[in-house]
Design a protein around this ligand. Structure first.
Ligand SMILES: Cc1ncc(COP(=O)(O)O)c(C=O)c1O
Length: 377
């Protein structure tokens, strides 16, 4: 038997705990079954049209660099990237945009660099880990408020000190429900707080041509900053922070996940550019809406077991890691790729099967999945 060091023993203990709680994570390559679990809501990641647009652009630049060669501040910046940022800002109706390598990096950079000691960050309890981790890295006071509960937020606002930041998602990644954006903006105004909205799961889905929910409600001028991500409906990778030009300059100077990281490749930025072109050329929002409406009509009798949502994320609550894993395996065995979302990714007793709908899911597939769910439930 190998002699374990204290560190090995610690690792063993933590993994054993996870195993016992049935929450040990592992990697798999599951791409054969119909996809009801990915964030590729509009099918852009496999779109031959998008690939063709990217390839045809690349063929006119045979010398394009594979890697960016450095951070944006050293050797990784290009006119192409800056023009893309101008295009992104103009599409979403924002003063400026700054690209990050991922949504995780964007939230980490924003929340760790802006709020200072003596300031306050108030976060919806269901906000994404990247927001929470960014806030943890700052020296500001941190509070959470009950999910989408304005009274709970106001209680925290009353106790807040310094510059105040409120962090929410417009569409919540695990529940698929919508934040009360207008009321949040009103409350932020009343208390002089800066409202920051993560639009990861609304981009491409809501608003004209997929501009997001802030645009849909015409709230652009009332939001301090927005986070847009490209690994979901836009089928690519990366993220942008939208805000005024001063915020952009601040982030370039203080956001460590921007400063100390190699810039994304030309190919990544080109994919983002072309994904925006796709958005402008076709009404994908109507297509995804029709799938959501169809799913909800079909699922009507069992819909009460789902978290209410008008987005492509439809979460079926199944209490307990074991039950959620068992149900997901059963559904996969019947031929549909779904994933259980387990504690600790979601709160205890809120484990679930997170069904994601896509424009490429046929009505027949959706209908067969729902028939199966009705039989099982
Ligand atoms: C709401 C939200 N914000 C940020 C992120 C992180 O984005 P990325 O996957 O680009 O790192 C995610 C990803 O799951 C998300 O759901």
């Amino acid at each position: 038997m190998a002699i374990l060091t204290a560190i090995d023993q610690y690792i063993d203990k933590k993994l054993a705990e996870r195993m016992q709680a049935l929450s040990l994570r592992s990697l798999a390559d599951n791409h054969t079954l119909p996809d009801f679990c990915s964030n590729d809501y509009l099918g852009f990641s496999a779109s031959s049209e998008l690939k063709e647009m990217i390839n045809s652009f690349l063929s006119s630049f045979p010398d394009y660099p594979l890697g960016s060669t450095g951070s944006r501040l050293i050797s990784g910046n290009r006119h192409f990237t800056e023009e893309l940022e101008t295009e992104i800002a103009s599409f979403h109706g924002s003063g400026s945009s700054l690209l990050f390598n991922s949504g995780y990096d964007a939230n980490l950079g924003l929340f760790s660099s802006l709020p200072q000691r003596g300031d306050t960050i108030i976060v919806d309890e269901l906000a994404h880990a990247s927001i929470i981790d960014g806030a943890r890295l700052s020296y500001a006071n941190r509070y959470t408020f009950r999910h989408n509960d304005l009274q709970s937020l106001e209680d925290k606002l009353k106790a807040a000190k310094g510059n105040i930041y409120i962090a929410v998602e417009s569409i919540y990644s695990m529940d698929g429900d919508e934040a009360p954006l207008k009321a949040l903006a009103d409350l932020a105004d009343t208390y002089g707080a800066a409202l920051i909205v993560d639009e990861a799961h609304a981009t491409g889905i809501f608003g004209w041509q997929g501009r997001g929910l802030i645009n849909h409600y015409g709230l652009q001028s009332r939001i301090f900053a927005r986070v847009i991500t490209y690994g979901k409906a836009l089928g690519s990778h990366g993220a942008a922070i939208l805000g005024n030009n001063n915020l952009k300059t601040y982030l370039i100077n203080f956001a460590r996940s921007f400063i100390y990281s190699t810039a994304a490749s030309f190919h990544s930025h080109l994919s983002i550019k072309m994904a925006y072109k796709m958005l402008r050329e076709s009404d994908f929002q109507n297509e995804i809406r029709s799938r959501i409406v169809f799913f909800k009509q079909e699922a009507d009798p069992v819909l009460t077991k789902f978290i209410p949502s008008a987005s492509p994320i439809q979460s079926l609550l199944v209490t307990g890691n074991e039950n959620a894993q068992k149900l997901a395996s059963e559904i996969r065995a019947a031929g549909f790729n779904v994933r259980p979302i387990l504690y600790p990714a979601v709160p205890v007793d809120k484990e679930r099967i997170r069904i994601c709908l896509h424009t490429f899911n046929s009505e027949k597939e959706i209908s067969s999945l729902v028939t199966l769910l009705k039989e099982i439930l």
